[in-house]
Write a protein that binds this ligand. Structure first.
Ligand SMILES: Cc1cc2nc3c(=O)[nH]c(=O)nc-3n(C[C@H](O)[C@H](O)[C@H](O)COP(=O)(O)O)c2cc1C
Length: 335
């Protein structure tokens, strides 16, 4: 039976279910919603260690938080051990766990030697973890991919380094940097890492349903799972995972709940992001909330022209009313 809790250093989580860090996605409104549906730990977007030290406004925006989302994991990226250690000290009042990004494949990040570029330099990984470990008592984790490319798969080596230098857990997204997001993540890498290490291994990759999540636990033995893209417009995935973990049948969401949550997302965005940014962010989230419903394509296209939050609110309310009417019609139609 899958363990129902997860302990990472001094942090005890109520469930082994974590919201993955996603740049451009896991802002405060998104995290608050996923927390409410059962994410035991939520994670910020990645934060530049150097940017933080220089007190950039962007960093301060990314660090906005609310008590109801805690515990919060702060994810840092960078390539310089001293800067990462300094940022780690700054992080103490902002979160309950510190994670270092060693998996980001994006050119802009990799070019500077950070993210998945670190996988090409295990010596640097060792220095980073040692420096950050010395700088903070916060629970410390790293998040990696399987390797840079197929010819240099080294997650076992990196995992052993992390454990040896005092990391409290490790998250593996078992794709290589070259793969970006193509194909499937290779969960057999997770199973190998679990066998090789004593610290908890968290699995990240291709969990889109509660069934996927239970399969990841069963096939890999991982101590926790992270949900990334599976949570897009689908925060109740966390509730379904909790139901599955406690032996219940996961319950599907309803049309009414979808609309209610979309409107709540809009409300949080209005409150925490300000009108202009909220409009830009919500266009994408409302598309996800409409996924799979009749007429979703036309609805999505219509969103791109709407200039403010009130019109987005009206559009999603009208659209869900039209879907509901369609559903009622088809229920009443003679068979
Ligand atoms: C849009 C997007 C942004 C991401 N940003 C980050 C990030 O900032 N830090 C990080 O460690 N991983 C990041 N990831 C990777 C995810 O955390 C996760 O490991 C990956 O998407 C695989 O999990 P999934 O299949 O559940 O999405 C990002 C992924 C996506 C799709």
């Amino acid at each position: 039976m899958q363990n129902q809790t997860l302990t990472i250093g001094s942090l005890q989580l109520t469930d082994p279910l974590i919201l993955a860090p996603m740049a451009g996605i896991t802002d405060l409104p998104y995290r608050l919603l996923h927390k409410r549906f059962g994410a035991a730990l939520v994670t910020t977007e990645m934060i530049s260690a150097k940017g933080w030290i220089q007190q950039g406004q962007k960093t301060l925006d990314l660090l906005k938080s609310r008590p109801e989302e805690r515990p919060l994991a702060i994810q840092l990226f960078g390539e310089d051990p001293a800067s990462l250690a300094e940022a780690a000290k700054l992080a103490v009042p902002y979160g309950e766990l510190l994670d270092i990004n060693m998996g980001c494949p994006v050119k802009k990040v990799v070019k500077g030697g950070a993210g998945s570029a670190l996988l090409q330099d295990p010596g640097r990984i060792r220095n980073i973890i040692a420096a950050v470990r010395k700088a903070t008592e916060l629970p410390l984790t790293i998040k990696i991919r399987s390797g840079w490319d197929n010819a240099s798969i080294n997650f076992l080596e990196v995992g052993r380094i992390a454990e040896g230098e005092g990391a409290d857990a490790i998250t593996l997204h078992p794709r290589t940097r070259s793969q970006m997001f193509s194909g499937h993540s290779d969960w057999s890498h997770l199973a190998q890492l679990v066998k090789a290490l004593k610290i908890p291994v968290i699995g990240s990759g291709d969990v889109f349903t509660a069934e996927d999540g239970m399969r990841m636990f069963a096939e890999t033995g991982c101590a926790g799972i992270m949900i990334g893209r599976g949570g897009y417009g689908n925060p109740w995935l966390f509730r379904q995972l909790r139901q599955a973990l406690s032996g219940q049948e996961p319950v599907a969401t309803t049309l009414k709940e979808r609309l209610q949550v979309a409107l709540e997302h809009l409300q949080f965005s209005r409150q925490f992001l300000g009108e202009r940014r909220a409009v830009l962010e919500l266009r994408k989230h409302l598309c996800w909330y409409s996924r799979g419903l009749p007429g979703a394509g036309a609805f999505r296209a219509s969103l791109q022209h709407l200039p403010d939050l009130s019109s987005l609110q009206q559009a999603i309310t009208d659209y869900f009313a039209s879907v509901e009417a369609l559903e009622n019609e088809s229920e009443q139609a003679p068979r």
